[in-house]
Design a protein around this ligand. Structure first.
Ligand code: EPZ
Length: 422
């Protein structure tokens, strides 16, 4: 397990390339199960989660090749396909559950291990199950696996969601493309990754209206064809790197960054005293003057402030001028970065779903532990601003969602290196 050592104090200048979105790619890859024709994804991110999804699809019988330095994923699922998604793979990555909808639609059955909880919460699948049952699936939970059957095929239906679940929207959307008749998803998630998935499915021949709004309508078709699709920019990686010059000073251009993907987040940065400006090549971010101002944040489904940027924003607020209240409304346990930031001298009090952060002049470097993907990167950001060295352990969490973070930050002046730990 490697560690990453960050020596704080350097201002950052230059350009950081933003990769394709992990959370779009993890939904796009299972779409190969919906067709026997080739599906090729461009601008894919080079991440361990993508490798995990590759292994899962290969275990089901899909052919998946990473080409062009892993930027291109060429897939084909001629079949016959296995319909069992193994616990050993699913437990590593919750997004494995995104094969449920496509397998049901293609094969009329799916056996998918329940992902089990993870560091940030129990993460049940009731919304997925209710939705697919509305489309005619019979789903039974047995020995920790979801056993789903739709022997006569899926039938379109009205599917109201109690919560705008991203994964449940993706599973239901993919299943509905091959259902007989019309499906209407109400209170659907509106994330850009949903829009990207719908765009790819449409290229494959799906009939989808309303992706990106709360109501998505799908006319089922008999079969889908292949496609070539470029993965949308990763708005969470983008937001993360926008915070780097915010926390330690400097002026960074995030190449490929799109303001429409991070509008609510950029508004909060502006309120905190960080300038965000659109350029030909992306988004340019700089600290306007001196210390940032403490602001309040409440995480919401898109287009609200993303839960996946809450930990990173907390790192910025640790050195802000004033008191900030960060409310986490999406997951029940997503403040595990707080105890690690406290080790660096931060002043944070967590009560239920709200963290109150009183900014300090300077954080102090310390050995800290990564616990989940976004908590890990918040510790890297804090290390950029801290006095002395910060050693972030268990960085395998980081490699799930960030390509070579030490290379991208090192290239713009950060003192950061990866240290292999035996
Ligand atoms: C996706 O997870 C993302 N992962 C998460 O990113 C992200 O935090 C989350 O959406 C919210 O934006 C991928 O896209 C691979 P949800 P997902 O279903 O689909 C509850 C990262 O860091 N819920 O919208 O699992 C659930 O427990 C990851 O890249 C139910 O109760 O999120 C959670 O509290 C972390 N029942 C909330 O809804 C269900 O059936 C949001 O879950 C489904 C979800």
């Amino acid at each position: 397990m490697d560690s990453i050592v960050v020596t704080g104090g350097s201002e950052l200048t230059g350009q950081i390339p933003i990769a394709g979105a992990k959370n779009a790619c993890l939904a796009l890859m299972p779409a190969t199960l919906l067709t026997e024709e080739p599906l090729t994804l461009m601008n894919a991110p080079r991440l361990s989660d993508i490798k995990t999804m590759t292994l899962l699809l290969q275990s089901l019988g899909s052919e998946v090749q990473s080409l062009a330095d892993e930027r291109v994923i060429a897939m084909s699922s001629l079949g016959p396909l296995s319909t069992t998604a193994d616990y050993d793979i699913v437990r590593k990555m919750r997004a494995s559950n995104l094969v449920l909808g496509p397998l049901l639609a293609r094969e009329g059955e799916a056996v998918v291990s329940l992902p089990g909880g993870c560091a940030i919460g129990a993460r049940p699948m009731d919304i997925h199950i209710t939705a697919l049952e509305a489309l005619g699936a019979e789903i039974e939970l047995r020995d920790g696996y979801l056993h789903a059957k739709a022997p006569g095929g899926l039938k379109g239906a009205r599917v109201p969601f109690r919560f705008a679940s991203v994964g449940a929207t993706e599973n239901t959307l993919m299943a509905a493309t091959l259902a007989k008749g019309t499906t209407v998803i109400e209170n659907a998630a509106r994330e850009p990754e949903i829009i990207d998935l719908a765009a790819c499915l449409s290229k494959m021949g799906a009939q989808i209206e309303g992706a990106g709004t709360s109501t998505i309508e799908v006319q089922g078709v008999d079969r889908l064809g292949g496609a070539t699709h470029s993965v949308v920019t990763d708005r969470i990686e983008l937001g993360t790197y926008m915070l780097a010059p915010a926390i330690c000073g400097g002026d960074i251009e995030c190449l490929g960054g799109r303001l429409d993907l991070v509008t609510a987040f950029a508004e909060k940065l502006d309120a905190a005293g960080i300038s965000v400006e659109e350029t030909e090549a992306g988004l340019r971010v700089a600290r306007k003057n001196g210390r940032v101002t403490a602001i309040d944040v409440s995480t919401q489904p898109f287009p609200g402030f993303p839960t996946d940027l809450q930990a990173q924003m907390m790192a910025l607020m640790c050195t802000a001028d004033g008191v900030s209240h960060l409310e986490e409304t999406i997951f029940e346990n997503r403040f595990m970065h707080a105890p690690e930031l406290l080790r660096m001298g931060a002043d944070i009090e967590v009560h239920g779903g709200t963290a109150t952060v009183t900014g300090v002049e300077r954080l102090k470097g310390a050995p800290v532990m990564a616990t989940d993907l976004r908590a890990s990167v918040s510790l890297i950001l804090a290390g950029l601003a801290a006095e002395g060295d910060t050693v972030v352990n268990r960085v395998y969490h980081l490699d799930r969602g960030y390509e070579h973070v030490e290379e991208k930050l090192g290239a713009v002046g950060a003192k950061i290196e990866r240290v292999p730990v035996e």
